[in-house]
Design a protein around this ligand. Structure first.
Ligand code: ATP
Ligand code: MG
Length: 732
């Protein structure tokens, strides 16, 4: 069988052993870039071709939807067949598939909707308000994470023991109320998807038996990031008898803060009978300078399972470290370097900028835009999370499910139709008291005339609009439904009348939604419902939108620089990588600096970041950074010190003297403002002295000539904006 051995081509002996091992439980424990994901894909192909398993007998769990798609594509290439509808997906998408198929057994309405963490937070806020709970003592985010935490541990409200503690008891009560609201509206959050599908299988022995029978092999990538619930889910599904192949790296566990348990790796070895452990030790991704530096960094962690990782590759270029004087300068260095690389012939899509916090992206984005470098934010500014898109989706959800309170509240007065907060408050109170949905409460209030006058007219008009939208779109194709809804609801007009580019962008996004819908029904991942019925397509589309909120796919094939958080970079690789903001308090994040456990997780995150780079790695930090509206002095990260100097190369501040102060913030101006003939020529980051305020550093500049202003951070005096023509600044 030629095909079968072809699967083992270009694999080292350990990889080959893992791919072709007889069916049984297996753990592949190996460092970054050693081919774990590749082994997983080839093992699936092997199981089909050599072991004769049907594609539908395999369940493969990946960490992101993108990874799932990639896996499917790679498999199709390897096997030369189309693999629609195979069970390859994230835990969430697989759980969703189970619930959608068995909604009755799962005690869910047929058209249940997935809510993302944003919706979840809104819901929590409303609950706190409705029940007059002090949101200072019970901050909404804390309540939200309590609820998610309980679900991740597989706990329902009645199973949480408050130990007689009043605070805990209140939390549990909120969890219970939250759950009730979700049940009533047919809403399912991400944690619920998993917990509900676990309960579905656990409580339906026949169903469980069916799936255990059906799946001949279960495979899991990034196993180190499974949480308690996911582990339990896998254990239940496999029944310990369906063989499992899991691959992971304890050094890359970065979701402890979200409930992931590294211990699951050890537990797997102990609990799953006959587990064979395979270690892969050769890295194929990075140069030896990058790999050795990453190995040195991670050796500072104490809780490790211990692995070897080497590469036969060249030493390559040293890791470049750049110290910017502020975040703007850091961004400028990155973008200048990117452009140089493009000139040298590197594709933009081969370069990634990684950062610890989402908020860091803005300055980088602005610099990229100013310099006209196309970029893409992966998992960041998510298309499906944009306000106008969420509004449109809320209308669409209402068409399927009038009892979806979150959606109703979102759009009842968008665009404005004279339904004020007071009216909404009245409806909410009524809904709460009579324990019905807002939609129901609204109709009750109209019936018994407790809403009167203009409020009643406005509310009636809204109700009629929804009904009309529903009627008018019956039988239409998905993209026609969406087109009709965004037009007839007034959403498009609403944004069109907004001033400026923002409104325009929103209109474009709404139009993009119609395009997305078209692509969706024509796409691979979608099974057309019987007779192309729009309702079913709409439901599938809405679920997909909620599940995909994490990845923005619109321009995947464009040649764009990739921006993403370190967390979203897991599993990916790029020839050139920049890690920005390698500073104490930012990375490691200040919230993790006190706790040794959290600090180790930050170090693992840094290890993940370093090992994304194939050929060239840049680490940058800024001495001054504007964070949360405040400018602060930053120290370089301890992680930089933990990298052996022999692999590093410091990039000198290029042209510090010659570079004139440039107008940078605010506004996209680029011209230099060297202050005219009689004024001193200054650069950003330059040290200066002032007769009254003493010594300081130039942070920023704007304007030109006589009116040029600079912002100086004075020691002891704080930041001040000074007009260059008046302030007697002396360069030091
Ligand atoms: P991570 O821990 O970051 O998820 P990984 O262990 O999953 O990494 P892969 O992404 O599977 O590693 O592989 C890393 C790179 O090495 C990929 O580009 C892959 O194609 C390549 N690779 C893996 N094994 C081999 C091999 N035997 N020969 C050549 N290239 C290989
Ligand atoms: Mg991988």
């Amino acid at each position: 069988m030629d095909d079968v051995t072809a699967i083992l081509d270009h694999m080292n002996p350990a990889q080959r052993e893992a791919v072709s091992a007889p069916q049984g439980n297996m753990l592949v424990l190996a460092g970054a870039g050693s081919g774990k994901t590749r082994v997983l894909v080839h093992r699936i192909a092997w199981l089909m071709q050599a072991e004769g398993l049907s594609p539908y007998a395999l369940l493969a769990v990946t960490f992101t939807n993108k990874a799932a798609r990639e896996m499917r594509t790679r498999l199709e290439a390897l096997l030369g067949i189309s693999l629609r509808n195979v069970w390859v997906g994230t835990f969430h998408s697989i759980a969703h598939r189970l619930l959608r198929t068995h909604w009755q057994d799962a005690r869910l309405p047929q058209h249940f909707q997935i809510i993302d963490s944003d919706d979840q937070l809104r819901l929590v806020k409303r609950l706190l308000k409705d029940h007059r709970v002090d949101d200072e003592r019970f901050p909404p985010r804390q309540v939200q994470s309590f609820i998610s935490g309980c679900k991740e541990e597989g706990l329902r409200p009645h199973q949480v023991d408050a130990h007689g503690d009043a605070y805990m008891a209140q939390m549990v009560e909120l969890y219970e109320r939250y759950q009730l609201t979700c049940e009533r509206g047919g809403l399912v959050d991400f944690g619920e998807l998993l917990l509900r599908s676990l309960e579905l299988l656990r409580d339906n022995p026949a169903l469980l038996a069916h799936y255990r029978e059906r799946f001949g092999h279960v495979l899991v990538d990034e196993f180190q990031d499974t949480n308690t619930l996911q582990y339990a889910w896998l254990k239940l599904l496999s029944g310990m008898s369906t063989p499992m192949t899991v691959v992971g790296d304890d050094d890359q566990s970065i979701y402890g803060w979200r409930g992931a348990r590294i211990e699951n790796i050890r537990r797997f070895e102990q609990e799953f009978p006959g587990t064979k452990t395979v270690r892969l030790e050769q890295n194929y991704r990075s140069t030896s300078a990058i790999l050795d530096a990453a190995n040195a960094l991670i050796s500072h962690n104490s809780e490790r399972m211990g692995k070897e990782l080497w590469t036969a590759g060249d030493r390559g270029e040293p890791i470049s470290v750049y110290a910017g004087f502020n975040d703007l300068d850091e961004a400028r260095f990155i973008v200048d370097t990117l452009r140089e690389k493009v000139d040298e012939g590197v594709n933009r899509r081969e370069m990634a900028i990684l950062y610890r916090s989402n908020a860091q992206s803005r300055v980088l984005e602005e610099t990229l835009i100013r310099q006209g470098v196309p970029y893409r934010i992966y998992g960041g500014q998510r298309f499906y999370e944009r306000l106008e898109i969420k509004n449109a989706l809320a209308y669409l959800r209402l068409l399927l499910n009038r009892d979806d309170d979150a959606s109703l509240e979102r759009v009842i007065n968008v665009p404005a139709r004279g339904i004020g907060t007071r009216t909404v408050e009245v409806l909410r109170t009524r809904a709460r008291q009579t324990e019905v949905s807002l939609w129901q409460a609204l109709h009750d209030a109209l019936l018994d005339a407790s809403l009167k006058g203009r409020a009643a007219t406005a509310v009636r008009a809204f109700s009629e609009l929804i009904e009309r939208l529903d009627n008018d779109t019956a039988g239409l194709a998905l993209h026609e439904i969406i087109d009709h809804v965004i037009t007839t609801s007034g959403l498009i007009e609403h944004h069109r009348s907004e001033k400026g580019e923002k409104g325009q962008a929103r209109v474009e996004n709404l139009e993009e939604l119609v395009t997305a819908a078209k692509a969706f029904t024509q796409g691979e991942s979608f099974e057309p419902p019987e007779a192309g019925e729009g309702g079913a397509a709409l439901e599938a589309f809405l679920s997909e939108a909620a599940l995909n909120a994490g990845d923005h796919e619109a321009d995947e094939f464009e040649d764009c620089v990739q921006l993403m958080t370190l967390h979203s970079a897991k599993g990916l690789e790029f020839p050139v990588v920049f890690i920005a903001g390698v500073e104490e308090g930012l990375f490691p994040h200040k919230m993790s600096m006190e706790e040794p456990g959290r600090l180790e997780e930050e170090r693992r995150l840094c290890y993940v970041g370093l090992t994304r780079a194939m050929r060239k790695l840049y680490l940058t930090h800024a001495e001054l950074r504007r964070l949360h509206g405040k400018e602060t002095f930053q120290r370089p990260s301890r992680f930089l010190r933990e990298l052996p100097e022999e692999y590093l190369e410091e990039v000198r501040l290029r042209g510090q003297i010659s570079r004139p102060v440039t107008a940078s913030r605010p506004g996209p101006r680029q011209e230099s403002v060297d202050g005219g003939a009689d004024l001193p020529s200054l650069s950003l980051g330059q040290r200066v002295s002032h007769p009254v305020f003493g010594e300081g550093v130039i942070l920023n500049a704007e304007g030109e000539g006589e009116r040029a202003r600079v912002q100086v951070s004075f020691e002891g005096e704080g930041d001040k904006w000074l007009v260059l023509g008046f302030a007697k600044l002396t360069p030091l």
